[in-house]
Design a protein around this ligand. Sequence first.
Ligand code: FAD
Length: 491
Amino acid sequence: MRKENGKSCAVIGSGVSGLAASIRMRNKGYRVTVFEANSFPGGKLSSESNQGYRFDMGPSVFTMPQFADELFTLSGKNPRDYFRYERLDPVYRYFFEDGSTLEGVNGKEAYAQSMANGTIDSKEDIFKYLEKTEEMYNLTDEVFLHNSLHVPKNFFTKAVAKGILNFGKIGAFDTMNGANEKAFKDPRLVQVFNRYSTYNGSSPFLAPATLNVISHVEIERGAYYPEGGMVSITKALEKLAKDIGVEFLYSTPVREILLENKRAKGVRTDHESHAFDLVISNMDVYNTYHKLIPSAKKPKRTLDQPKSSSGIIFYWGIKGKFEQLTLHNILFAEDYKAEFDTIFEKKEIYHDPTIYVNITAKHSPDDAPEGCENWFSFINVPNNQGQDWDAFIDQAREAIIRKVDRMLGTDLRSLIECEMVFDPRVIENRTSSAFGAIYGNSSNNKFAAFMRHPNFSKSIKGLYFCGGSVHPGPSIPLCLLSAKITTNLIK
Ligand SMILES: Cc1cc2nc3c(=O)[nH]c(=O)nc-3n(C[C@H](O)[C@H](O)[C@H](O)COP(=O)(O)OP(=O)(O)OC[C@H]3O[C@@H](n4cnc5c(N)ncnc54)[C@H](O)[C@@H]3O)c2cc1C
């Protein structure tokens, strides 16, 4: 039995981080109410169906599942009674314009061997690189991912001292591409490792080499597939939260955070005001300030940092099966530098984009009718600066179809049975992500980690933040850690 503490907490938003924060606050004894603008939970981590096809609308790669499991054990429950997942092998299949393919498999040893078989780099060199990213991860993990970067006492720890002593090893002075070009002779391997910058919506030609740690998480610690698709994570967390007594109010957008004497006192929805002792906003922090507390002083420098990229996603029902594809597939652009320059400098879409095709029917056959596949076809695009997105969508559809036809030898258009499309405007409307940026601030400079908003307000007592737009950043595992850091700050 949880010990009630007689206090109440509002959570604004039921994204993965909002769900995790609600579970943690309930376990601290708070009466917790989650206000969600949509009629469904999960924010980006949600699902939709169309003509017999089911699609996960956002995340597709699940890493560090232990951070989700932790919420169940904390609540005295067995995570396996709520959701199950399997480790993937292979994880990725990569396709190049020269007709070659590479296979990203599971674990350092096998990965190095698989890549050495298909490239001019040796297994030893590839393995050495993977060891280096592991060392970088071990040096940065505790400092950057598990604690607030905005609480001075967190800088006087053994982990920080170790990080400082080994500063030269964490790649702060090179870009991801710079480090990867030094590590590999084969340009395809450079491209494969550069790709990890897209996991937080940045360019490998600008983002610091420290972010090469992302590949370590996926390759060595594993990528997983939850039974029933990614939305099972949302369903499991929502069920857990309800089982332990969290209250959910759906289709209930918060319009204002109520303040009194520089203290959060509650929230106002369309119909009424609700008093709370604490407020945690899982809404994008830029929009929290601009829309829910417009009169409060804004941390302008933090809020105005350049935002990450976004995506155009076609959710296609495909009448046919592609044996050469697996769950996660990448069809690379020929010129990666030109693609990122187009996205981040010109703020347009590239004519030969790298395409990510995710097909959950490969693991969950019920996600598509017999003999068919559900294609989540994603390209990276700039965030929304008022571009002509309807024209971009038409260009993107043509570019993807042309490239898939060329690289997989098919006639994709004739196989598309139904279509749904997301663009930055839809992402913005559906999740209130500023400018439709998927990952909050971009990480296109070496100070970006320090420029994310803290998990608490420096000027308003009782107001906290969690989710992909604040520390430590985007992705399911980081959003789960964000909720942990936030709630750990609440004594
Ligand atoms: C296409 C795509 C692919 C991705 N791929 C991956 C991947 O493979 N792996 C991975 O780990 N991550 C991936 N991500 C990133 C990941 O989805 C996000 O970082 C994470 O889900 C963000 O969660 P969040 O808690 O910040 O909240 P969000 O998902 O942004 O949800 C915020 C919630 O708050 C609600 N809300 C906002 N304002 C209000 C208000 N005023 N009142 C009430 N409710 C409000 C919204 O309706 C929404 O439900 C991807 C994202 C996208 C879009």
